[in-house]
Design a protein around this ligand. Structure first.
Ligand SMILES: Cc1ncc(COP(=O)(O)O)c(C=O)c1O
Length: 394
């Protein structure tokens, strides 16, 4: 084994000057363990991934079973393989009827790339409407429709023909027109610090898209897979997107994403040009097996029914004069503090106390809590005591 910071810092590309640098030897449930034996409570689920905890035994078993059959055998879309078949049947069975056809990919950003391409190809239109403060991924297309200008400036030129509107502001919906190919939106804006739209706004958005023929893409890469108390957040707004994108927790700890749409819409990727989206590893059978097991665990353990009460317990326990505001839906929280520096200090103090909290990409004076949905009431009480201690220490 090699947990050397020297190798990590010099031979692995760095994305910041101050990486978190916890050494992780193993992980189980809501805990990560360092080689020195220190235990950390993962209150961010590896940023929205470990919704059923780390190394759930049923996921591990499903991975092992698939390893004994086959790994990669062919690029996406050519051979009939059982694992993606079973997953597609399962997930489309849990979704509204119009979301009947899955394209499996490798990541969240690729799911959004595929969705944007599908919308342009299907509608024959070019304009994309997105939202200020949104985050959809880090490749050129997803970055183009993300709202944070600071993250984009150095990489221009990006995709043309993108119009940004304000999230949850009904008059802005007029800017969706018959020239619009699609509207891409996080159902709950995650990295903007957990921003939750109103039901009436979401219905108006759906109506406007239907009226203009623009496809509605809902990005549930962060807020899906039970995080907000329903399998997907859009269910709470009484609307159905034309294209749904998922990733992160979808793969149960392995890399898997998907864009999901009506079969008739999806068919447009087969011609003019054929192979309208291509991916070598998309729908990797081991990842699909893990994803199927994850969906089964969410059902069998009745996790969705517990999300709201656990969220409320966190909220009642987290009272402290330094917490300026809490935004919460299900088990996704943003806690606002007076400054980004204060958040940085709390995150550091939390680390010393063995809890992992984190900041948001585009909302630095908040910190995020998004624990595994499997967290118990006892673990919530212990975690909240440690968070309050970290705030005091900061
Ligand atoms: C809402 C949302 N969309 C897309 C992405 C990009 O996913 P990935 O990092 O798997 O490319 C993220 C990642 O944080 C996200 O939160």
């Amino acid at each position: 084994m090699d947990f050397s910071p020297e190798v990590f810092l010099n031979h692995l590309a760095q994305t910041t000057d101050s990486p978190y640098q916890i050494a992780v030897e193993r992980a189980e449930g809501i805990y990560l363990y360092s080689p020195d034996g220190k235990r950390y409570t993962d209150l961010i689920s590896g940023i929205g991934v470990s919704n059923i905890g780390h190394r759930h035994p049923k996921v591990i078993q499903a991975i092992k079973d698939q390893l004994d059959k086959h790994l990669h055998v062919m690029v996406y879309g050519e051979y009939i393989q059982s694992a993606p078949n079973l997953l597609a049947k399962k997930i489309t069975g849990l979704l509204p009827k119009s979301l009947s056809c899955c394209y499996f990919v490798n990541s969240g950003t690729e799911a959004n790339e595929g969705a944007l391409k599908l919308a342009k190809r299907y509608t024959g239109r070019t304009e994309i409407v997105s939202f200020r403060k949104s985050y959809h991924g880090s490749t050129h297309g997803s970055l183009s429709v993300s709202g944070n200008e600071v993250k984009k400036r150095a990489f221009r030129p990006l995709l043309p023909d993108i119009r940004f509107i304000d999230f949850n502001v009904a008059p802005d919906l007029e800017q969706i027109t018959p020239g619009t190919a699609c509207v891409i939106m996080e159902t709950i804006q995650g990295d903007a610090g957990v921003r939750i739209p109103s039901v009436s706004y979401m219905k108006a958005l759906r109506d406007r898209c239907t009226k203009t023929g623009a496809l509605l893409i809902l990005d549930e890469i962060q807020c899906g897979m039970g995080r907000t108390g329903t399998l997907f957040s859009f269910e709470q707004f009484g609307i159905v997107p034309d294209i749904l994108t998922v990733a992160k927790a979808f793969g149960g700890g392995l890399p898997l994403g998907a864009f999901i749409a009506d079969r008739q819409i999806m068919k447009s990727l087969t011609h003019d040009p054929m192979l309208g989206h291509i991916t070598t590893f998309g729908g990797n059978p081991v990842c699909c097996a893990a994803a199927l097991a994850t969906l089964q665990v969410i059902e069998e353990e009745n996790l969705l029914a517990t999300v709201e009460e656990k969220g409320k317990l966190f909220e009642t326990l987290l009272t402290h004069p330094r917490i300026k505001a809490i935004r919460r839906i299900g088990l996704l929280f943003a806690l606002d503090f007076e400054s980004a520096e204060m958040v940085g200090r709390i995150v550091e103090e939390g680390k010393k106390l063995g809890i992992i909290c984190y900041w948001f990409l585009s909302h630095p004076n908040s910190f995020r809590i998004a624990p595994p949905l499997t967290i118990t009431h006892e673990q919530i009480k212990e975690s909240c005591a440690a968070i309050l201690q970290a705030i005091d220490n900061a």
